[in-house]
Design a protein around this ligand. Structure first.
Ligand SMILES: [Zn+2]
Length: 351
């Protein structure tokens, strides 16, 4: 399992309240920041100019082709890096602390409250999007946030002001970790955790140090996975656990591979690039609090005043925006959920 990290960015630092429309159409900050960096791109000479629609107004434009519309991220399921950061916050609040109470909202779990309350939390592990809270009494609480679950960490004696339903609480002496809205919660004896179907079906954790690019490349080449379409494969938690929709788009974009392609049809160098990005981007996102864009570019864009929302991703939810590598326009396609691709960097068929 992945160990906790300290001293990283605050995981609560999500979103950026500042409007993306900070300048005139032809002076959009993301593009101002992009200009010097575009020089790095190969084939910059064949860049297409992205025109804002004539009807575009900074306040009301929602056209998906408008380069100046504010980027919007719909509520999505937290991915491995977000769950790992939540686990770090929970661990920081309750590990090795005497507990006041451990409570569940579900009648079926009430029998465990007393024994858990009398023990201590030893560790908070994650495997993909599953969280495993290990107690000293030999029990582990499995939880999965799904789409709506949310951990809140705060004072033991004061519940956060929220209309959400409290489902699981670990209350220590000073601090408490409370899980709201999630319904997938189970208590398992330690020895049954790895055998439980919810864990046993998972592939290697994208963030675990034993999950190397070499291991992922071998899985891509394997009979089990090489014939699968990559867009679906990367969301399959049995392939690599912890990848979700934003990581899928950005891994494929950075690897310059179209989501409709299959591993068996890719050149060895592409398989290696894909495998490398499957392990690198989740780790980058964990360390940066959800930013998958290149660190050097992010730094330059921040200096130029570009909002976090604008600089956050390589391709995800950037439809209509210029590709950072070649300047072509990022497109949105539907493959069970939205995937964002550059038609030049990620051709669907090779010539
Ligand atoms: Zn491109």
């Amino acid at each position: 399992m992945v160990s906790s990290a300290r001293g990283q960015l605050d995981p609560r630092d999500v979103g950026d309240p500042r409007p993306a429309h900070a300048g005139r159409h032809d002076q959009h900050p993301a593009l101002v920041a992009l200009a010097p960096l575009a020089l790095e791109a190969k084939g910059a000479g064949r860049r297409r100019v992205v025109h804002a629609p004539a009807a575009c107004s900074r306040r009301v434009c929602g056209a998906t082709t408008c380069r100046n519309r504010p980027l919007r991220y719909p509520v999505g399921m937290p991915e491995g890096p977000e769950i790992r950061r939540a686990a770090d916050r929970v661990a920081h609040a309750v590990v090795d602390q005497p507990l006041q109470a451990v409570t569940f909202a579900f009648e079926r779990l009430a029998e465990y409250q007393e024994v858990l309350s009398a023990s201590r939390v030893l560790a908070v592990d994650t495997h993909g999007k599953a969280m495993l809270t290990r107690f000293s009494c030999g029990l582990t609480v499995y939880s999965h946030n799904q789409l709506y679950g949310r951990w809140m960490v705060g004072a033991a004696d004061r519940e956060p002001a929220t209309r959400r339903s409290l489902r699981f609480a670990i209350v220590a002496q000073r601090r408490a970790a409370r899980l709201y809205s999630a319904s997938e919660i189970a208590v398992l004896p330690d020895e049954d955790v790895e055998l439980d179907p919810r864990i046993a079906r998972l592939g290697p954790d994208a963030l675990h140090e034993s999950t190397t690019a070499k291991l992922v490349a071998a899985r891509l080449r394997s009979r089990e996975f090489s014939g699968r379409q990559l867009g679906a494969l990367l969301l399959d938690q049995g392939f690599v656990a912890g990848l979700g929709n934003y990581l899928r788009s950005d891994i494929l974009h950075r690897s310059k591979v179209h989501p409709r392609r299959h591993p068996r049809d890719l050149a060895p160098a592409k398989i290696r690039a894909l495998a490398r990005n499957i392990v690198e981007l989740p780790r980058r996102s964990y360390e940066t609090g959800g930013i998958t864009n290149e660190p050097r570019r992010v730094e330059a864009m921040r200096k130029a005043g570009v909002s976090r929302r604008e600089l956050r991703h390589l391709a995800f939810h950037r439809a209509g925006r210029p590709c950072y590598a070649c300047g072509d326009v990022i497109e949105r396609i539907e493959l069970s959920r939205a995937v964002f691709v550059c038609p030049s960097c990620q051709p669907e068929v090779t010539a």
